[in-house]
Design a protein around this ligand. Sequence first.
Ligand code: AMP
Length: 191
Amino acid sequence: MRIVLLGAPGSGKGTQAAILTEHLGVPHISTGVLLRAAVEAGTELGAKARSIMDRGELLPDDIMLDLIEERLQAPDAEPGFVLDGYPRNLSQAASLDGLLDRLEKPLDIAIQIDVDAEQVIRRIARRAAEEGRSDDSEETVRTRMQVYEEQTAPVVDHYARKGLLTQVFGEGSIEDVNQRIMAVLKAEAID
Ligand code: AMP
């Protein structure tokens, strides 16, 4: 099963993606995790990514496409994937459509985790305290929310137009949200 998870920063999509991959036996592919690993490892990509991520802006689309193209072709992604953090704008959504067409691996579903802005800000503040992510500072979070509204929110409509979108209410416990997602997958016969 090939799944894209969408949602604002702090919507819980990373947490949900991690739980889902355990249930489904496919890898959780998070571009944010890949980029943070590159920063940590001090690679050329990491050096480019660091300051952009710390500002809460998006890396160039061509760099992201190379990264995702390589990752989606790794053997563990053969049975499918849960994609988290990509695509982040309409151009990336079109690139992903093209890539998956070429690989003959169409998406099964795009799931948007829907939470209100207040909730998101509370969650990010908590994550900043717990994980110490350098892009969880107040100013960066504001930029990331703005980038989401302007560039990523249209991706939700992109998948709606393709008939692939399902929205899931993202409030409540982690377990509640997971059960809603599992119910959607069951209804779509994707599990
Ligand atoms: P995330 O962990 O998904 O919130 O991503 C953290 C940061 O990594 C983002 O704020 C961006 O700077 C960068 N990033 C992650 N995914 C992408 C993407 N698809 N396109 C561009 N930049 C990205």
